[in-house]
Design a protein around this ligand. Structure first.
Ligand code: NAD
Ligand code: MLT
Length: 312
C-alpha cells in the first residue's frame, strides 16, 4: 500500500511506514491541482495544516482509506465529505499539547515584560529602560477559554506561577473543571475578571469570531489576549481597534485568519506580538506527532483498528 505525506513531517513518520512495509512518497508544497492529479495512487494521506483535504481532493482519491493529521486541529479536513466517501480521519490528540501550551505561557511573559520591544530597541542601540516597565503575572487572573488538552496544561503552568485560574468550557461540567484545578466561569465572567485571556478551542462554526468587537468589549480594561489555537477565532479588525484604543494592553497571535498574513495592520502595533504558527513546532512535538500518526494509520490499514478516528 502507498502513503502520501503531503506536509513537512519528521523523518520518523516515513521511516515507521517503510518499516511496516508501506511505500512512501513525501511531497510537501504541492498545489491543490498537483495533489489532486496523483492522489488516486494512495491508500493513506498524512497532513499537517497546510494541505486542505477538500471534498474535491477526496473525489479524486479513489483508493484512499485514511487521512492522518500529524497534529490536533482538523479544520483543514472536510470531515463530512470524508465520511461520505468512507475515508477514516484521525488526528493525534495530546502529542503536541505541551508545545502549544508552553508557547501560550511564553506569550504571557513576553507581553508582560515587553520582551520583543526591549530586544528590538536594544539591538537598534537604544537603552529604553524607563519606557519598558513591565507587569508581573503572579497573583493575576488567567482565563482559559477551552479547557481541553492544551488549556489544562496552560492552567497547570499558570497555577505554577501563582496565577488565579478561571476556565470556560461549555462541554465540561463544573465538577470536571474543578477536578482539573480551575474555577469554572461563564464566558462573560471570565472576560470581566481575567487579566490574561488565552484561547484553546478548536476552530468551528461556533468558535469562528468568538472574539469579536462585542466579546472584546466585555474584557477587563488593560487586559491581554492570547490566541495560539486557530486563526479566525479572533476577529482581527476588532482586535486591532482594541489595541489602538488601549482597551487591551496587548495581544499575541500565533495563528491568523490568512497564513501567512502578509502586510497585516496588526504587525505595525507595538503592543502586538506574533509568531508564524509555531505552537507545535518543537522538536519533541514533531517527533511525537510523526510517530503517533504513522502508528495509528498502520494499525488501521493493517488491522482495521481506528485509533483517535473522528468519524469511525
Ligand atoms: P482539545 O480537543 O483537547 O480541547 C479543546 C477544548 O475546547 C475541549 O475541551 C472543548 O470542549 C472546548 N471547546 C469546544 N468549543 C468550545 C467553545 N465554543 N467554547 C469553549 N470551549 C470550547 O484540543 P487541544 O489539543 O487542547 O487543542 C485546541 C486547539 O488548539 C486545536 O483544535 C488546534 O486548532 C489548536 N492547536 C494549535 C497549535 C498551534 O500550532 N498553534 C497546536 C496544537 C493545537
Ligand atoms: C495543530 O493543530 O496540531 C497545529 O496547528 C500544529 C501544526 O500542525 O502546525
Amino acid at each position: 500500500m502507498k502513503i502520501l505525506i503531503s506536509d513537512k513531517t519528521h523523518e520518523s513518520c516515513a521511516r515507521k511506514f517503510r518499516e511496516a512495509g508501506f511505500e512512501v512518497d513525501q511531497k510537501p508544497g504541492l498545489s491543490p491541482e498537483e495533489r489532486r492529479a496523483i492522489i488516486q495512487d494512495y491508500h493513506g494521506l498524512v497532513v499537517r495544516s497546510a494541505t486542505k483535504v477538500t471534498a474535491d481532493l477526496m473525489e479524486a482519491a479513489k483508493n484512499l482509506k485514511v487521512v492522518g493529521r500529524a497534529g490536533t486541529g482538523l479544520d483543514n479536513v472536510d470531515i463530512p465529505a470524508a465520511t461520505a466517501k468512507g475515508i477514516v480521519v484521525m488526528n493525534t490528540p495530546g502529542q503536541n499539547s505541551n508545545a502549544a501550551a508552553e508557547l501560550a505561557v511564553t506569550m504571557i511573559f513576553a507581553l508582560s515584560r515587553q520582551l520583543y520591544r526591549a530586544c528590538e530597541s536594544l539591538k537598534a542601540c537604544r537603552w529604553e529602560k524607563k519606557a519598558l516597565e513591565g507587569r508581573e503575572v503572579m497573583g493575576k487572573t488567567l482565563g482559559v477559554v477551552g479547557f481541553g488538552n492544551i488549556g489544562r496544561i496552560v492552567g497547570e503552568l499558570g497555577r505554577g506561577i501563582k496565577m488565579r485560574l478561571l476556565a470556560y468550557d461549555p462541554y465540561l461540567n463544573a465538577e470536571q473543571i474543578r477536578g482539573f484545578g480551575a474555577e469554572p466561569a461563564p464566558l462573560e465572567d471570565l472576560l470581566a475578571q481575567a487579566d490574561y485571556v488565552t484561547i484553546h478551542v478548536p476552530k468551528s462554526k461556533e468558535t469562528t469570531s468568538l472574539f469579536n468587537a462585542e466579546t472584546i468589549a466585555k474584557m477587563k480594561d488593560g487586559s491581554y489576549l492570547i490566541n495560539c489555537a486557530r486563526g479566525g477565532i479572533v476577529d482581527e479588525d476588532a482586535l486591532y481597534e482594541a489595541l489602538v484604543s488601549g482597551k487591551l494592553a496587548g495581544a499575541a497571535l500565533d495563528v491568523f485568519s490568512v497564513e501567512p498574513p502578509g502586510e497585516h495592520k496588526l504587525l505595525k502595533l507595538d503592543n502586538f506580538i506574533c509568531t508564524p504558527h509555531l505552537g507545535a513546532s518543537t522538536f519533541e512535538a514533531q517527533v511525537n506527532v510523526a510517530v503517533a500518526v504513522a502508528e495509528q494509520m498502520i494499525k488501521y490499514l493493517q488491522e482495521g483498528v481506528p485509533v483517535h478516528a473522528v468519524n469511525a
